[in-house]
Ligand binder design. Structure first.
Ligand code: NAI
Length: 364
């Protein structure tokens, strides 16, 4: 049976009708980069989300197989696959939410900024498609470096005359997920009981966990603060490349640094990529929040990298309230302690450069 056949279409209509009778809205979601390391588990988890009625999977490779695989899951959403640039517009038409994990991931020794040259062009092309085919969709941008790709997307939408800052969200949820996990470990709590605001951006020192605002209210020693902040900031690198610190910790800091340079430097994913499974989990958590906002649920608040007036920078990650129009309210930072104030200044310096790099890529 050919994909997108009449049979399938009538099946979608029947299902949509059925949902309307039950009063349950179903949203149309596209994943761009759906055959990748993040894209595949993300597609699987979105297929399981009851808020999704139609799921479009787009990539430049392998979407027919991934679509067949995901499509066999006996959950409500209808799945359609789209392969290659000529099918991008069909993939995007009518979408309520577009999630973008397309692009190359980091390899050992790379920073997120090293990805700029390849991913900037990919994000530009995909956003041009969004501007044309679903200008009112909420966009969740995952492709790195997020600190630059969000400004790139904004510039593309501005050029096309479709820019709505509330609808463009850089996904920093993985930093929050990691922060909740690591802080819960230190506090001896279940991660679900912990809420750590993570502000700034999504790369190295721009990732700024606000440990003074952790819920439930908690205090940390300077050593714990330093350990947690660094671990949250370097969480991605821990996946891309990891050394068996525990095995070598008896050597002390000097020899540990030496071991890091040696061939016994272990690579968690052996150069095969960066975080994919925890990222898919985080992306789905964030997308689900966006869909609940679209549905009109009250009090949906998550951290995201958005257009912002919280600092002097045009984009910044803070908590935002998600609603029918996207990030309807951007929250202020709240009171910071001295350690966080110093971190904020460092984060802003790097962020300013990354944002400018993204803007110049389109304007030049
Ligand atoms: P991957 O290489 O496994 O998958 C990327 C997919 O994008 C591939 O299937 C590829 O065919 C596809 N792709 C490439 N060019 C495309 C185009 N023009 N149109 C559509 N699809 C295209 O990479 P992975 O691990 O899934 O990572 C994807 C991106 O997510 C990377 O940029 C990575 O750095 C970023 N990332 C972001 C995180 C965040 O917290 N925001 C966390 C982890 C990764």
């Amino acid at each position: 049976r050919p994909p997108n056949s009449q049979t399938e279409e009538s099946c979608v209509l029947k299902r949509a009708d059925c949902r309307a009778k039950g009063g349950a809205p179903g949203f149309k979601v596209a994943i761009l980069g759906a055959a990748g390391g993040i894209g595949q588990p993300l597609a699987m988890l979105m297929k399981m989300n009851p808020l999704v009625s139609v799921l479009h999977l787009y990539d430049v490779v392998n979407t027919p197989g991934v679509t067949a695989d995901i499509g066999h899951m006996d959950t409500g959403a209808v799945v359609r696959g789209f392969l290659g640039q000529p099918q991008l517009e069909n993939a995007l038409t009518g979408m309520d939410l577009v999630i973008i994990p397309a692009g190359v991931p980091r390899k050992p020794g790379m920073t997120r900024d090293d990805l700029f040259n390849i991913n900037a062009g990919i994000v530009r092309t995909l956003c041009q498609g969004i501007a044309k085919c679903c200008p009112n969709a909420i966009v969740n941008l995952i492709s790195n470096p997020v600190n630059s790709t969000v400004p790139i997307a904004a510039e593309v939408f501005k050029k096309a005359g479709t820019y709505d800052p509330k609808r463009l969200l850089g996904v920093t949820m993985l930093d929050v997920v990691r922060a909740n996990t690591f802080v819960a470990e230190v506090l001896g709590l279940h991660p679900k009981e912990v809420d750590v605001p993570v502000v700034g951006g999504h790369a190295g020192v721009t990732i700024l966990p606000l440990l003074s605002q952790v819920k439930p209210p908690s205090s940390f020693t300077p050593e714990e603060t330093e350990y947690l902040t660094k671990r949250i900031q370097d969480g991605g690198t821990e996946v891309v490349q990891v050394i068996f610190f525990s095995s070598f910790s008896f050597l002390g800091a000097h020899w540990l640094n030496y071991v890091k340079q040696c061939p016994c430097y272990w690579q968690a994913k052996a150069g095969a990529g960066s975080a994919t499974l925890s990222m898919a989990y985080a992306a789905v958590k964030f997308a689900d929040a966006c869909l609940r906002g679209l549905r009109g649920d009250a009090g949906v608040v998550e951290c995201a990298f958005v257009a912002s007036e919280v600092t002097e920078l045009p984009f910044f990650a803070t908590k935002v309230r998600l609603g029918r129009r996207g990030a309807e309210e951007v929250y202020q930072l709240g009171p910071l302690n001295e350690y966080e104030r110093v971190g904020l200044e460092r984060a802003k310096k790097e962020l300013a450069e990354s944002i400018q790099k993204g803007v110049s890529f389109i304007r030049k």
